[in-house]
Design a protein. Structure first.
Length: 146
């Protein structure tokens, strides 16, 4: 069910970026449209191709249903297609990367209460908070650890 993609090809990057955007639009209502455009470019051109380990779950049509990116023991990204939310894919990916990749840390937008609650149910606890995101935008970040 979980597949590692070593070097995503352009068509995979496009599909994963589209999944990311659908997920963000469904869960990150606090982001301004210009922020989504900024982050979309960053996700497509930097985050997805540059992450150390990329794991995906495909849906029955061989598209992507969810993905997780891991870097140095930290879950850098976890996104689930909106139509696949609530089916356990996020939980499966988090359990996998904690068990097999040594993940012990994750950051989450403070305004994304659903994600913060999900990570709390997975055993993560807030260890610190930043007033803005890494790009300097006014979106507080909660730093979580197992």
């Amino acid at each position: 069910m979980i597949e590692r993609i070593e070097s995503p090809v352009p068509v995979e990057l496009d599909a994963l970026t589209a999944l990311w955007e659908r997920s963000v639009r469904a869960t990150h209502d606090f982001l301004a449209p210009e922020d989504i455009a900024f982050f979309r470019r960053m996700v497509r051109e930097e985050a997805l191709p540059g992450v150390e380990e990329l794991y995906v779950v495909r849906d029955e049509k061989n598209g992507f249903a969810a993905f997780a990116g891991v870097e140095a023991g930290k879950l850098e990204m976890l996104f689930v297609a909106p139509e696949k939310r609530g089916k356990g894919l996020g939980r499966i990916l988090v359990k996998y990367v904690t068990a097999h990749c040594g993940v012990r840390h994750v950051d989450v937008n403070e305004q994304n209460a659903q994600a913060a609650g999900f990570y709390a149910r997975m055993g993560f606890r807030v260890v610190s908070r930043s007033a803005s995101d890494p790009s300097g935008r006014p979106y507080p970040i909660l730093h979580l650890a197992l």
